[in-house]
Design a protein around this ligand. Structure first.
Ligand code: KG4
Ligand code: ZN
Length: 348
């Protein structure tokens, strides 16, 4: 079975052709980053309009790169939730149109489930091990940050163990970069600068130690207060802030991931989401897992950031289970995965 996956939940227009065993035949991602950069964040209306402009060429490019036509495709999978509704709608409508015109079955995919299963993608030239179920995963992106126990590819088998109470990890990277005057998106820029900086220069307290919940908004405020008190900063001082913030953010994520796996008695930990591109997070996760006799599965960066291959794969698993969506498939902003952590401060 080969599945065409379509992804338009945020600021990447993606289409991919993936086999049901995870082999990626093509994976085309058109990033809108340059378009949103002047605003310092994703502008929903601008995202929707750009998806409309690019989705046709992106789907055609994915088919061409795989050497396939729409007739060769067995099924169509599309991100239907969560995300910016206007952006999601573009992908959902295009998927419905293609499914109708080419008479192909259609399934909607939860974007978070796509991220959780991205570790199973096999790209050309790559040989890496894939985990067996169950595993514990950290999903850290610009919009979500949570730990999951994953017992199988069905959403009902993905259980949230703890999440951020406020900002997502990627959002914190982006906001800290902004307050330092660095370009958007902040994650890759902070990652680069942290290499040169001294992580001991800025004293920052790790948020919510000892639990599987997280809070990144307070960490960002700690950085903001330090910068206010010590500014204006020269280039070297900015590097030090980046290194100090990144150290606390990544050790929080990696430590809690290992804690979650220990709590669940699971020996495999997995990274997913755009923040999983972070060099220090990848290293800390590998070290933390090894120290507790666990194996860390760290997918290639292309599989961690937003892409349609993970959507095609998660869709293939739905098709294998015999699931189908009709033309009433709707785009919604919320995930189908139940949440254990509520947003907001204070006692629970
Ligand atoms: O998963 P993703 O591509 O899009 C969604 O948010 O769904 O994640 C984007 C986020 C951004 O906040 C970006 O700053 C962050 O991932 N990011 C990073 C790195 N690369 C991307 N954060 C830290 N270090 C990186 N190297
Ligand atoms: Zn994502």
């Amino acid at each position: 079975m080969i599945v065409l996956g379509i992804e338009t939940s945020c600021d990447e227009t993606g289409a991919a052709i993936v086999r049901e065993d995870g082999v990626v035949l093509s994976d085309v991602v058109l990033s809108q980053i340059a378009l949103h950069a002047p605003y310092g964040g994703v502008v929903p209306e601008v995202a929707s309009r750009d998806h409309v402009k690019n989705i046709g060429p992106v789907v055609r490019a994915a088919l061409a790169a795989a050497g396939k036509t729409i007739d060769d495709v067995d099924a169509i999978a599309v991100t239907a939730r969560p995300g910016l509704v206007g952006a999601l709608l573009v992908g959902v409508q295009v998927a419905k149109g293609l499914a109708f015109a080419a008479d192909k079955p259609l399934v909607g995919v939860d974007h978070l489930v796509g991220h959780l299963l991205a570790v199973f993608l096999k790209r050309e030239g790559e040989t890496h091990d894939v985990p067996a179920f169950p595993f514990v995963a950290l999903l850290a992106s610009g919009g979500h940050s949570a730990f999951y126990r994953v017992d199988g590819p069905d959403p009902s088998l993905c259980t949230e163990l703890g999440a951020t109470r406020d900002d997502a990890a990627g959002e914190a990277f982006d906001k800290v970069a902004k307050l330092l005057g660095l370009p958007y998106p902040g994650g890759p820029e902070i990652d680069r600068r942290a290499l040169r900086g001294d992580a001991t220069k800025v004293p920052l307290k790790a948020p919510m130690p000892g639990t599987l919940e997280m809070s990144f908004s307070g960490l960002k405020s700690q950085v903001a207060r330090w910068v206010e008190a010590h500014g204006p900063l020269d280039d070297a001082a900015v590097d030090d802030v980046c290194a100090s913030f990144q150290r606390v953010a990544t050790s929080t994520l990696a430590d809690k991931l290992v804690r979650a796996a220990r709590q669940e008695g699971v020996k495999a930990v997995v990274l997913g989401g755009g923040v999983a591109a972070n060099r220090e997070l990848r290293a800390r996760t590998r070290e933390g897992a090894a120290a507790h006799g666990m194996t860390a599965f760290v997918p290639p960066v292309k599989s961690c950031t937003d892409n349609a291959a993970m959507i095609a794969y998660a869709g293939a698993k739905r098709f294998e289970r015999g699931e189908r969506d009709g033309f009433s498939l709707a785009a919604t902003s919320r995930t189908c995965l139940p949440r254990s952590t509520r947003k907001g401060r204070g006692a629970r």
